[in-house]
Design a protein around this ligand. Structure first.
Ligand SMILES: [Zn+2]
Length: 250
């Protein structure tokens, strides 16, 4: 194979590796931000539930206070009932006592509803605490993995940069590097394997004369359609004598 063609194939591998590394590094801040958002949401959910509990307790405090006031009024009326002089006064006082009892019933009902509400909020808090804990361990594990991956990819990038410089320096024809870069800029990859008279990347059929040239691997040949620099990998040797004789049979 033409040494420069072999170098271009290697250069493509290096560029692809560098692209993967660059993408991983570029994606890392977004992935970490997504983890932070997860943690933020879980924290907010727990805060909301705790806030709801505090509000419910405050409401309960008001109801307790109101209930105590009515109960106090009720016992005062009961004392006064003993001191009334007339039937009218007695009936009036009894009416007051009944009204107070109805109020007591209402406040007790409110307390019951509040207690159920508190049970529900406490269950929500428990769930939110578990969810936050799960989010915290997920985030710390994944954040660590992302940070580790960034370090690894930075190492890969340093290696590819050095390898690329070595390859470019070794090129016999510096012009092919320029072609490579021009094609890579437009197509993403600049090198393509040819197989069965086709470019395996753009899938367009090659002219027979072009394919014959590519088979030799001894010059820089570009795909007529996508412009990628073509190379050919000969099929590997037959796996067994049986398949060899089958291939050569007839
Ligand atoms: Zn092509």
């Amino acid at each position: 194979m033409l040494p420069d063609l072999a170098r271009l194939i290697e250069l493509q591998e290096i560029e692809s590796k560098a692209a993967v590394a660059n993408k991983a590094i570029a994606d890392a801040p977004g992935r970490i931000a997504a983890l932070d958002a997860l943690l933020h949401d879980a924290t907010a959910a727990l805060d909301n539930a705790k806030h709801a509990l505090a509000e419910s307790k405050t409401r309960r405090g008001f109801v307790d206070k109101d209930l105590a006031a009515v109960q106090q009024r009720q016992s005062k009326y009961k004392d006064q009932l003993m001191q009334v002089k007339t039937n009218d006064e007695f009936r009036a006082m009894q009416h007051q006592i009944e009204a107070a009892a109805a109020d007591v019933g209402q406040y007790e009902e409110k307390i019951l509803i509040n207690m159920m509400e508190v049970d529900e909020i406490n269950a929500t808090i428990k769930k939110a605490e578990a969810a936050l804990k799960a989010a915290q361990s997920k985030v710390s594990a994944e954040r660590g993995a992302i940070e580790q991956d960034v370090k690894t990819q930075q190492g890969v990038l340093a290696e590819t940069t050095a390898a690329r410089a070595r390859l470019v320096a070794a090129m016999d024809n510096k012009g092919v590097v320029e072609s490579f870069e021009r094609i890579a800029k437009v197509r993403g990859t600049a090198v393509a394997r040819a197989e069965g008279e086709r470019c395996t990347v753009c899938q367009v059929r090659l002219r027979p004369a072009v394919f014959v040239q590519v088979l030799k691997n001894d010059q820089i040949v570009q795909c007529d359609s996508c412009n990628r620099i073509l190379y050919f990998v000969p099929p590997s040797a037959p796996a067994s004598p049986a398949s060899a004789s089958a291939r050569n049979g007839s």
